[in-house]
Write a protein that binds this ligand. Structure first.
Ligand code: MEV
Length: 307
């Protein structure tokens, strides 16, 4: 039996524009998904998700719309050992709200299964398998989610290239609207409007802003980071991926003294992040406005084997 874990993530800057080849910055947070893999007597795949209360059975070559089954199938494809595999998932990451729950689960699964099959821990292979699995849920993901859940820390990501950024942990509060949304639908919505020059301009401006954000991250310059977060949110609003409940939370966080605040992930619901020196004040304001809110530590470790 092998157990592995991978972190959830927040995108600090550059979501959506990253799909079109611009750079984006993501950081790993201290909420993790755990996958336990064990060998089964029968040649089949069984995935038991404790959080969702679901159990799925599949064959090695079945067509599947389940990312975890796909991660197991891809791992088997890369190995000469064709054994039955049981997976149990436990996750601390809220589902469907932009914190990388599905990427973390598939990354942890790929790590546990490749180790069970080959006794090897190759992060590049794990990221590749997790990305294949993510395609089931998200169509054409940029790869930033599976890169941050694999490598951890804080990364500048562009067209599949990962640059680790040496930086400190930021004081960030997450406010969850509780509105689950679909990343693929949000990405498709942006794609549908891409011919509109204003949309193209917003995406391009986000790309430019990420360059300044990269410098501010490396300099641990929180004041500049806050201003750039506000600006990034305003550009995401122009793209049409904010929502009424996200706007309420952004306003509340700023009123409570946040240095900067923005939606994180695909938008349309999900979470905001607020950079703050007073996490308690921001949490109180967000909860008063109907959110679930909590502080996260950023810059956490990537995928790893657990005891
Ligand atoms: C989702 O976490 C981030 C998006 O940019 C989609 C992607 O990069 O694949 C919205």
């Amino acid at each position: 039996m092998i157990r592995a874990s991978a972190p959830g993530k927040i995108i600090l800057f550059g979501e959506h524009a990253v799909v079109y080849g611009e750079a984006a910055i993501a950081t790993a947070v201290n909420k993790r998904a755990y996958a336990t893999a064990c060998e089964l007597d029968e040649k089949k795949i069984v995935v038991n998700s404790k959080n969702l209360g679901t159990e799925i059975e599949a064959g090695f070559k079945d067509e599947t719309n389940d990312p975890i089954v796909k991660a197991v199938q891809e791992s088997l494809k890369n190995s000469s050992r064709k054994i039955g595999i049981g997976i149990e998932i436990n996750s601390q990451i809220p589902v469907g709200v932009g914190m990388g729950s599905s990427a973390a689960v598939t990354t942890a699964t790929a790590c546990a299964v490749t180790n069970l099959l080959n006794g090897k821990n190759d992060p590049l292979k794990i990221a590749e398998i997790a990305l294949e699995a993510e395609k089931i849920a998200h169509g054409k993901p940029s790869g930033i989610d599976t890169s941050i859940t694999t490598f951890g820390g804080t990364i500048n990501f562009k067209r599949g290239t990962v640059e680790p950024l040496q930086t400190n942990s930021l004081s960030i509060v997450v406010g969850n609207t509780g509105v689950r949304r679909n990343t693929k639908a949000m990405v498709d919505m942006v794609k549908a409007g891409i011919e509109d020059p204003r949309m193209g301009c917003s995406l391009f401006s986000i790309g430019g802003l990420v360059k300044s954000a990269r410098t501010a991250v490396l300099d641990n310059d929180t004041e500049t980071l806050g201003k750039l977060m506000d600006k990034n949110h305003s550009l995401l609003r122009d793209l049409g991926v904010s929502s009424k409940s996200l706007e309420v939370l952004i306003k509340a966080a700023k009123k409570a003294g946040a240095i900067g605040a923005k939606l994180t992930g695909a938008g349309g619901g999900g979470c905001i992040i607020a950079l703050t020196n007073d996490p308690e004040a921001v949490i109180t304001a967000l909860v008063e406005n109907g959110a679930t809110a909590f502080k996260v530590s950023t810059n956490q470790g990537g995928v790893r084997l657990e005891q």
